[in-house]
Design a protein around this ligand. Sequence first.
Ligand SMILES: [Zn+2]
Length: 289
Amino acid sequence: MINLNPLQDPSVEFLNEVVSSKKKKKNEIPPFYKDRVIALSQIMLPAYQVYDVAFLQNTLHRVTASITFTSNQKNDLLNLYNYSSKPFIKLKNKIISRPNNHEVHTCQYCTINSINTLDHIMPKENYPEFVVHPKNLFPTCSQCNSYKSTKWMTNGVFEFLNPYLHYLPNEQFLFANINYVNDTFDVRFYLGNPNHLIPSYLFDVIQNHYRNLHLLERFTNESYKVISEFDNSIQGSLTTQSLDNSLNSARASIRLNQATFGFNQFENILKLELCNGLAFRQYCQVSGY
Ligand SMILES: [Zn+2]
């Protein structure tokens, strides 16, 4: 998981872009949708300012819903969001771009699936005024988005990491336990903060995030594919070098990968454990490598 940069342009500009992209429909009777949302966007300006200031000060947990909308107004607002429309695709492309023409196409909530939607960090159902606030939108996969649902905060603690604002630690907090039993790899992931180097408030949010998105189970389900790729690459290099040397080169490439994807990317954690633990060596011995 890596931090991504939010949109740098003024948030209100994005709201105006979305509103102006709406077209009057054939046979629509007044008051027209476009006119209704233009009026609503004016009402929302102070709330946008509150969000932007809280975002800058990293105090989003203090932002409360300040406007009461009728159910028709709320519907109008929710209809502003449309992932496949031009302003949102443009926004997503800006957020996923990294230096040197790199783009992040994997959901950074889970680091498993491809991005195919935008999550509303403060849920749109409870905070319709932020339905198209660009700093409230984060590119994710639909699986994470549906697990997230309308969860946001419980007793003042965030239920999810916010990859714009929670600075992700350079400390390892995701670990894997691998055993080789009955010709099979048994993989369990777990979270830990063994040396208490991660502040406890942040580790609480990390634990919430991984539990709510079922990440440990999802990593285990993905791990057989990763192990098989790892096995193929080690077997390939065993034609020219020893097992120890093959594992050393694997470690070196994992380290390079960590520089790009952080210290808690599940594939790297799994491969490092295969390099360092006993399970893979036992498998090699049993298989006669
Ligand atoms: Zn995801």
